[in-house]
Design a protein around this ligand. Sequence first.
Ligand code: BV8
Length: 237
Amino acid sequence: MAMSEPIVVLTGAGVSAESGIRTFRASDGLWEDHRVEDVATPEGFASDPLLVHRFYNERRQQLRDPSVRPNPAHEALARLEREYDGDVLVVTQNIDDLHERAGSRNVVHMHGELLKARCAGCGAVVAAVGDLGPTDSCEACGALGAMRPHVVWFGEIPLLMDEISSAIQRCGTFVAIGTSGLVYPAAGFVQVAGLAGAHTVEINLTTSYVTSVFDEVVTGPAGEQVPAWVERLLART
Ligand code: BV8
């Protein structure tokens, strides 16, 4: 039996909202407490590493809170990967590990991962479960104070772009879930997918900056709409 065409799923902060993780641009959003340029840029980190470490330490502690768990949207995407008879790739802008904890295995974190740290000296990437600070030394090269969150800040190049680009060129369906469509290059993926002939779907609570580009728009909370969309798709294939 021929395999069905590959599916690429792009997720943003909205897919984790119902798990209790704040999004960036809601009224009570993460950025509300801080200026983006102070906490999510290399310049911000250079000028106040303690502030930036604290910003990520708080988010890492929250992620470890037992009440923060995958929600039905994460679980539905893991089901899609298990039951769909084609490839499913989750490209997430999120730095939490909820997709993996829900069972998704084919996940690319294009903006890095909260539970990892990277040595600014040798580039080694290590697990970071506890707090990070400006005096931590690299367990690989020993450099003192060189550890930073393994996160892609504004002005830095997203990770695994080649893998992402080739997956988008080959997919038959591109679905964006819970992302505002503001940050590039992620916000431009729908355009690339559509030009490559994919059917494009947006699942969001409201409209995004790029809603008009999608072939199909599903409005509502991801925790409800993603399981329903997966159910419909699996019933068709
Ligand atoms: C790069 C990690 C070059 C850190 C993040 C001028 C014009 C255009 C672009 C630029 C420009 N000036 C600079 C740029 C480039 C810049 C950019 O796009 N800036 C924007 C602000 C204009 N981009 C970069 O710098 C990127 N790098 O361009 O390098 C390059 C490019 C390609 C190839 C080679 C080189 C790097 C950007 C990465 C920054 N790091 N995160 C951290 O997490 O702390 S960005 C951060 O915000 C997230 O990772 C995410 O990517 C981004 C957007 O957030 P969303 O996930 O969309 O969340 P948001 O809160 O915005 O929206 C939530 C959505 O969910 C909403 O739509 C809401 O309606 C919905 N929702 C809420 N609840 C629910 C829901 N939906 C469903 N159910 C719910 N329950």
